[in-house]
Design a protein around this ligand. Sequence first.
Ligand SMILES: [Zn+2]
Ligand SMILES: [Zn+2]
Length: 74
Amino acid sequence: MSENLCPVCEKELEWDGQYHCMACDAHYKKVGFCPECNAELEKLQACGAANYFCNTCNELKSKSKINFKFNKID
Ligand SMILES: [Zn+2]
Ligand SMILES: [Zn+2]
């Protein structure tokens, strides 16, 4: 089961350096939002793993609780 679905057509997105929907021929950026304050989270890359930091709460957020959305890249 994939969590990476196109926000427009709900087909599975491919990864080609960015998230790509073949059906829509569009690229998307995955954006995480804080489960507590709903602020956009900052993605931190460390040792090959991605961590999500909330600048409002001033702490790292557990990935399982984050609300992810896909924003279209023009
Ligand atoms: Zn699509
Ligand atoms: Zn927060």
